[in-house]
Design a protein around this ligand. Structure first.
Ligand code: ASP
Length: 340
């Protein structure tokens, strides 16, 4: 659909993912991100409340994205929002790391206009693709008055979730996402009927987007704790120059004495360590000794609150790029990983 710049309109930012994927026989039958924003919009049919302008940002499977790609998506969102005729934005994105990019976009979102992420579980050339329906519902949500002031949302298979806490919890089922701690934000019907739950308390102060020109990089790794884990991965990460490490603990955020000792050495050396957990819901709490969460806190690790490793990585990477101190990072995790 073509629009003149003076019309009120929505913008579709396409980044790839299964929603844009087609099977490539020349690549051994692999599904590969192929369709651009134009084709995606055509697949979603006609009759949207607002005209939709399309922008291609990336054409990649989201499992292949890095933090700079995610920052690029956020920059495009902010550029698009400079146009006062834009009423909302839809971002099509692979589902694998939608929870990372949507959360990053939410952390820096300083505008009441809706930004809605969606994608698909089945490729564009599958027998029964779910992408067109997901996109049509996301377009309806992004153009709705109800979605204003709600931060960044994920719309998928009729469900709507706040970006914070959202997780891909199914590998192939159409209902791919859930939000165990922060809950559902509502639903969108097949005809575009938007029903959102009462708005949560005020949106947190947005963080700035790091300056593109500064060219600063930082390395943040996820290191897992599991029965028998030693400090080899953590040491390798430090040797590779990690500025930050997210420890994926067990239970309420625990590890063993050896890894805990290595965490203490890492924090003493200036690497910021955040303790998260592999458990899918509930807070990280400093309860146990013998390498447990209480010892990790004493070793200088920052509890992630309700944030899982995927979103802890995003918040920690952003704060480090913004040059925040360990104390400021701890405050930020307490505020942004806290209760709804
Ligand atoms: N399964 C993924 C998707 O839904 C692949 C990706 O994340 O790009 O798009």
């Amino acid at each position: 659909m073509t629009t003149s710049p003076s019309d009120e309109h929505l913008v579709l930012l396409a980044t790839g993912g299964t929603i844009s994927s087609r099977t490539r026989q020349d690549l051994g039958g692999a599904a590969v991100a192929s369709d651009g924003a134009d084709e995606l919009l055509r697949s979603a049919g006609e009759g949207h409340l607002f005209p939709v302008r399309v922008v291609d940002v990336l054409r990649l499977g989201s499992y292949a994205l890095d933090f700079d790609d995610m920052l690029l998506v956020c920059r495009r969102i902010q550029e698009v929002l400079l146009d006062p005729h834009v009423v909302g934005i839809v971002v099509t994105h692979g589902t694998d790391t939608m929870e990372e990019t949507a959360f990053l976009a939410d952390l820096v979102h300083a505008d009441p206009r809706p930004v809605v992420f969606t994608g698909a579980q089945r490729a564009a050339d599958s027998e029964d693709p779910d992408g067109p329906g997901n996109l049509a519902r996301a377009i309806a949500l992004a153009g709705s008055a109800e979605a204003r002031g709600r931060g960044v949302l994920v719309s998928f298979a009729g469900d709507v979730f706040p970006a914070r806490g959202v997780r891909k919890t199914e590998t192939v089922r159409q209902q791919a996402f859930s939000n165990p701690d922060y809950g559902s934000a509502g639903s969108v019907g097949d005809g575009g009927e938007v029903k959102l739950a009462a708005a949560p308390a005020a949106h947190r102060e947005p963080l700035p987007l790091p300056d593109d020109a500064a060219g600063q990089t930082c390395r943040v790794d996820v290191v897992a704790s599991y029965p028998g884990a030693d400090a080899a991965h953590l040491s390798a990460s430090l040797a590779a120059g990690a500025d930050g490490i997210v420890l994926q603990g067990t239970g309420s955020g625990n590890t063993n004495p050896e890894l805990c000792r290595a965490v203490g050495e890492a924090t003493a050396g200036g690497t910021v360590v955040v303790t998260s957990t592999r458990v899918h819901a509930g807070p990280v709490l400093p309860v146990y000794g013998a390498g447990g969460g209480k010892d990790l806190l004493a070793a200088g690790a920052i509890p992630s609150g309700l944030l899982r490793p995927s979103q802890s990585l995003v918040l920690l990477s952003l704060l480090l790029r913004l040059g925040r101190s360990p104390e400021q990072i701890a405050e930020s995790f307490a505020a942004r990983g806290g209760n709804p």
